[in-house]
Design a protein around this ligand. Structure first.
Ligand SMILES: [Zn+2]
Ligand SMILES: [Zn+2]
Ligand SMILES: [Zn+2]
Ligand SMILES: [Zn+2]
Ligand SMILES: [Zn+2]
Ligand SMILES: [Zn+2]
Ligand SMILES: [Zn+2]
Ligand SMILES: [Zn+2]
Length: 261
């Protein structure tokens, strides 16, 4: 008597039937598929043991169902990427999720060099000065009216020019008589001391520190030849009421004489 050859599960005879061995146990097709076949992620149908079961991270597809979610091209033999549950060919993935160049609006493929600034991205070659059209690369630049300029173009085009030396003012310029100056260029006409942050006064459009102004233009004491500043004038006025306060006027004690002349 020949040995019976039955399905391990349903005990039906496998004689003349297709069957599948699973761990060396014969299964009829129906039992095998019920027990071991996976359902296709897309069409939800069973992936029969006669068709190819494509699997990725414990998800399964018929090879006909393994398609790019965007362009529906087959992903069999094509590189793909996933975003959440979505499968995409790498072309679609890049197009969908990679940064786009702010200048040419094309996708910046992952792995290529890109420039980023305030949430915008550029191909390295697209990040150019709006004026000279040279790539800016890692050089410093200035953004103005949504355009980028290399430093030298920006200075030539937009930066204020110092009225004194005619060179562009990039930082910390000052304004005097509505004209821009470098701090370093705005100096006392007399002693060349920087006047920014100092008290100064002007005469005939020239600026002077108080000291120079006083010694050059203020009335001078005819006795000691020192300038009579506002403070001194006040003291002189007081002196008219306080005849004995001469000491307070000038160290040289000449104010009294000044009043007398
Ligand atoms: Zn069976
Ligand atoms: Zn399917
Ligand atoms: Zn695609
Ligand atoms: Zn570009
Ligand atoms: Zn430029
Ligand atoms: Zn200057
Ligand atoms: Zn001075
Ligand atoms: Zn004096």
């Amino acid at each position: 008597m020949s040995e019976r050859y039955d399905c391990t599960e349903c005990q039906e005879s496998l004689y003349g039937q297709k069957y599948v061995l699973k761990e060396e146990q014969p299964h009829c097709i129906t039992c095998y598929e019920a027990l071991y076949s996976n359902s296709c992620e897309v069409c939800k149908k069973l992936i029969s043991c006669t068709s190819k079961d494509l699997s990725y991270k414990s998800r399964h597809w018929h090879s006909d169902c393994f398609l790019c979610n965007k362009c529906t091209r087959s992903l069999v033999d094509r590189p793909f990427a996933t975003k959440g549950d979505l499968l995409m060919c790498t072309d679609c993935y890049c197009h969908e999720y990679s940064a786009k160049c702010h200048a040419c609006l094309k996708t910046i493929m992952p792995g290529t060099k890109k420039m980023e600034h305030k949430g915008n991205s550029w191909h390295e070659n697209c990040f150019i000065c709006n004026h000279c059209q040279q790539t800016i690369g890692t050089k410093s630049f200035v953004k103005k009216d949504n355009n980028n300029y290399c430093m030298s173009c920006y200075e030539r085009l937009f930066a204020l020019q110092c009225i004194h030396c005619k060179k562009p003012i990039t930082t910390g310029g000052i304004s005097y008589h509505d004209k821009p100056w470098h701090k370093e260029c705005f100096v006392c006409t007399g002693c060349k001391l920087q006047l920014a942050g100092q008290r100064f006064t002007s005469r005939d459009d020239f600026a002077y520190c108080l000291e120079c102004f006083c010694s050059l233009f203020a009335k001078k004491c005819i006795s000691c030849n020192k300038p009579i500043s506002g403070k001194t004038k006040k003291a002189l006025f007081d002196l008219q009421n306080l005849h004995d306060a001469a000491r307070r006027v000038h160290p040289c004690m000449c104010a009294f004489y000044f009043l007398m002349v």
